[in-house]
Design a binder for this molecule. Structure first.
Ligand code: AMP
Length: 468
């Protein structure tokens, strides 16, 4: 006999079960409705891509790329075995330590050998959208191109509530030549409409600009920031100390209480933007105000990903718990060129990614939205009425109702109790009397109201009664 073993979902991933899945479906349905009204079209993307695509776009210095991706070799020799083999051939002793300390160098060296491709489960989808845009020559389409996607993303983060290793995002991107603050405002307006339709309240939109790559803009600011950070280096923790060199803006992400006072005194990028970025940022604030969209400026909002330029934004909600960011987004003017080369230097982009897992918690907390419960009618039949009951079930299903019918005869009392437990709104009662008289009994389970109706009357009644 097979050994008894109970399988459980892997750490950091989870099942999403009914009835909660109904709420997920409802939220996704609203996203599709709202995005279509803004003329966004869906793109379906692969779950895995070449590791290099993510490394290039998200940035090798980010936690996502250096620590959190699920990467494997293709053909599927096990990744670790392959790394060990490569490192032995490269002459590195202590391969595990080397691999941990130099993940990017290792990845490059392995890829240069050309024997295997490294592929990764996607940690986000913007890189894939841009890859698809270039691959299919979508820059020739009448622009700007407006796309949305939804689906799972994978990051090997430390699991906690609101932070999973497989989580779900709903995102949208605008790509084209004319993308500027007006496109940012449009995307933000769509996002806020969506949240409103999900019944969210108490959420806050934060915006910031992190400038561009012109020498007198972000690079000048970064040099100044580094100088200031070096002056206080000894007071910072190891993560922030490391980031002074690798990615100084990320120091702002620190949650360490002892670093907050130091960070508050650092120079703000808003005061250092070049003239063009200042104009762009002021333009965004004006358009948002004009459209009646409330926002708060947050100079520490830099976002972790390398490809952002100018506008960054985030939405937080108290309903999502400690992990309160439910959406992040921004402009990525250089990303298309970075992936596609100089030919694409004029193509800019802006987009956002909503964390669906966290959004659902916030939606539940607001209590304004309900998942659509599919079961409307329970057909309670008994006696020699099975054939009639099946016929009625067929009629109701054809008329668009969610129907359940027990496969075997049940006592009426049992049927009514199951119907209530399953959350049905109505029971249609079919006994031999009903068959003989041609009038079926319909019972509204919420208040017990009961009527006797012919089949056509029944359909009419259910249709009008379900929509008050
Ligand atoms: P990012 O792609 O990091 O900008 O994240 C966008 C949004 O995705 C965040 O605001 C979160 O709501 C959500 N998110 C990111 N990482 C996770 C995770 N590990 N688990 C759940 N949601 C996440």
């Amino acid at each position: 006999m097979a050994e008894h073993k109970q399988f459980r979902a892997i750490r950091g991933v989870r099942d999403i079960l009914p009835p909660e899945t109904a709420l997920w479906n409802r939220v996704e349905e609203i996203a599709r409705e709202v995005f279509a009204r803004f003329n966004f079209q869906e793109i379906r993307l692969p779950i895995f891509e070449q590791t290099e695509l993510f490394a290039r776009s998200v940035g090798a210095d980010t936690d996502i790329i250096s620590k959190e991706m699920y990467t494997f070799a293709d053909p599927p020799e096990t990744y670790l075995e392959y790394i060990q083999k490569c490192l032995r051939e490269m002459g590195h002793d202590g391969y595990r330590k080397f691999a941990e300390e130099n993940p990017d160098r290792l990845r490059k060296e392995i890829e240069e050998r050309g024997e295997v491709k490294l592929v990764s489960l996607r940690p986000e989808a913007t890189a894939s959208v841009v890859r698809a845009y270039i691959e299919h020559g979508m820059q020739v389409l009448p622009g700007p191109l407006k796309l949305y996607y939804m689906g799972p993303m994978f990051r090997r983060e430390r699991p906690q509530k609101g932070r999973y290793r497989q989580f779900y995002q709903i995102g949208a991107e605008v790509l084209g030549r004319g993308v500027s603050f007006a496109a940012d405002a449009e995307v933000i307006a769509m996002l806020m409409t969506f949240f409103e339709m999900c019944g969210l309240r108490d959420h806050t939109l934060y915006i910031n600009s992190i400038g561009c790559n012109d020498q007198d803009c972000r690079p000048a600011y970064l040099a100044r920031l580094r100088t200031e950070l070096l002056k206080v280096k000894n007071k910072l923790g190891p993560d922030s100390q490391r980031r002074i060199e690798t990615n100084p803006l990320r120091v702002f992400d620190s949650k360490l209480p002892e670093e907050q006072e130091i960070i508050d005194k650092l120079p703000h990028i808003a005061g250092q933007l070049c003239a063009a970025c200042r104009l762009d940022y002021d333009g965004l604030k004006n358009v948002l105000s004009m459209r009646g969209i409330k926002f708060q400026e947050n100079w520490r909002l830099v976002r972790g990903l390398d490809y952002y330029t100018q506008t960054t934004f985030e939405v937080t909600t108290p309903g999502a718990g400690a992990q309160n960011a439910i959406c992040g987004g921004g402009r990525y003017d250089g990303l298309v060129e970075l992936i596609g080369g100089p030919k694409f230097s004029e193509i800019k982009g802006v987009g956002f990614a909503i964390g669906e897992d966290r959004l659902i918690e916030a939606v539940k907390d607001s209590g304004k939205l309900e998942g659509i419960h599919p079961l409307e009618v329970y057909v309670a039949w008994f006696g020699n009425t099975s054939e009639k009951a099946q016929e009625v079930a067929r009629l109701l299903r054809r008329s668009g109702f969610g129907v359940e019918i027990p496969v075997e005869e049940q006592k009426l009392k049992k049927s009514l109790s199951i119907a209530s437990m399953k959350g049905a709104k109505y029971a249609v009662i079919i006994g031999e009397d009903e068959v003989a008289s041609g009038k079926l009994t319909v019972k509204r389970l919420a208040d017990g109201d009961q009527k006797k109706l012919s089949e056509p009357e029944l359909v009419g009644y259910l249709k009008s009664d379900r929509r008050p």
